[in-house]
Each structure stands twice: as C-alpha cells, then as structure tokens.
Ligand binder design. Structure first.
Ligand SMILES: [Zn+2]
Length: 261
C-alpha cells in the first residue's frame, strides 16, 4: 500500500479509515470518507501510539501492516454493537446486500446476519454468519466496481476525489455500457471526465444538476475515432439517455430519458 498522510485522498485513505474503525478507533464526524483530515490523523496517531509505532500520523509500511493485522481482528457476530458493525453493514449494502429494515444502524441483528450469510455463501466463505478476518477481507476488497477494460479510479474526479461509495452502482452501469461501446470499434476509450465533486463541477462550468455529480455520466473519446463519429453511433445506441456533442469528446449519461445537446 502507498504511504498516505494528512491531505491524501482516495481509496487507500478509505481503506485506512475502514481498518481504523474496525480496530476500534472511531471516526465519528467523517467516517470512511476517503479524505485524510484532522480526525483521521488523530485516530491514526492514537493507533500508532497504542501499537508501539512512532506516532507520526503518517501511514507507511509498518503502520499499514499493523492496521491490517488489528483492523481485521475484531470478530463480530449477532448481538455485537458499535462502529465495526456499522462498517460491516455499510460494506454489505455497498456490495448489494440490502438491509431494508434497519440499514447500517450499528446493531448486528437477524437482518445483518442473514445478509452476511448470503455474502459469505456468494464469496466461497464458511457460512457461519460471523464476521471474522476472512470475511472482513472479502468485504473490504470484493465490492469495488470493475470490468475487463475499466477501473473505478478512471471515474474519479479530476480534483483527485474518489467516486463516493453511494455512486458505485452508477459506475457499474456505465462500465457495462462502455464495454459495449468499446466493442463497436475495438479501440480503447479515454474517460476525460467521470464523477465530479460539486466544487469541481462549478469550476469547470458544469450544469448545476449535472449527471456527473452522481457519477452517472462520462465524457469520452475513442482512440483514433472522430468525436462526431462517436456521437452519431451513440445517438443511435442510446435513444433514451443523455448525449452531448462537443468538439473533442462525447458526453453520455444514463438519466433514463432522452436528452440531446
Ligand atoms: Zn459531461
């Protein structure tokens, strides 16, 4: 894992935050938001000092190793309560195992157990309804969207922010369509813009209700293919979605009704 410190952003930060939470170092204000701020730094220093590491607030190789050992160490089961339970529930939900009645309430009840058992079964784990080291590892690693030719990080905001977990479903849907588009020409697709934070969207003059804000849109170009050719093809492929024609790229979004500009 890469070395991260205050100011770092992205999936590695989110992973460190999840491990801190699972190890019992709560992040009550921001949770695992993927941004390494004061709250994360203070929790990390505490973790380092409790584990005989130099408390420098920087997550380097030694701290990563300790976090991975401890963070996956808290085994939780029916009746458990607290931040680690909430984290497990959020990971279950993100992986597509809905908790419709109670959501991520931090209390490990029958609903959570049933969802966890389904997750374990689908992931080739022992189906015991107990979240131990192996199940934690599968939960933390197994749910990131990805296809043969597209990775989640390609959809990240240009300002360095990762796509928030709540929009990963949108990214999955876009990836499926992008694979179809890629197959038309058999050439790589370059994603010029995917998810945008509100701030970044304002800076680049995006529409106020832009589909990019929820990672439901991509601006793409296809290597070696004229943007007008791409637009014409997508115009035929997506009669009931959003399409924008630009000089250097084509905007596609999956809004679910026809829009053209
Ligand atoms: Zn766009």
């Amino acid at each position: 894992m890469q070395t991260i410190k205050r100011g770092s952003k992205g999936e590695a930060v989110r992973k460190m935050q999840r491990l801190l939470i699972a190890a019992g170092y709560s992040l009550p204000k921001y949770g695992a938001d993927g941004t390494f701020g004061a709250e994360s730094e203070s929790a990390l220093r505490e973790f380092q000092s409790d584990n005989g590491l130099s408390a420098d607030g920087i997550c380097g190789p030694k701290t990563w190793a300790a976090l991975q050992a401890k963070g996956a160490g808290e085994t939780i089961r029916r009746g458990s309560k607290g931040e680690a339970v909430r984290e497990m529930q959020q990971l279950l939900i993100a992986a597509g195992y809905a908790l419709p009645k109670y959501g991520a309430d931090g209390s490990f009840g029958a609903e959570s157990e049933e969802a966890l058992r389904k997750f374990q079964e689908a992931n080739g784990l022992a189906v015991d309804g107990i979240c131990g080291p192996k199940t934690w590892a599968a939960l933390q690693a197994g749910d990131e969207p990805g296809t043969e030719h597209f990775k989640l990080r390609e959809f990240g905001c240009r300002d360095g922010s990762a796509v928030p977990r709540e929009y990963w479903g949108n990214v999955r849907a876009l990836m499926a369509e992008l694979e179809k588009i890629r197959a038309v020409w058999g050439k790589p697709i370059i994603i010029n813009s995917g998810y945008r934070t509100k701030t970044y969207n304002q800076q680049c003059g995006g529409a106020k209700a832009s589909q990019h804000l929820t990672a439901n849109a991509v601006d793409i170009s296809v290597q070696g293919v004229a943007p007008s050719t791409v637009y014409n093809k997508l115009n035929a492929m997506y009669p009931d979605q959003g399409l924008g024609k630009y000089a250097g790229f084509t905007h596609l979004d999956l809004r679910g009704y026809r829009a053209r500009w």
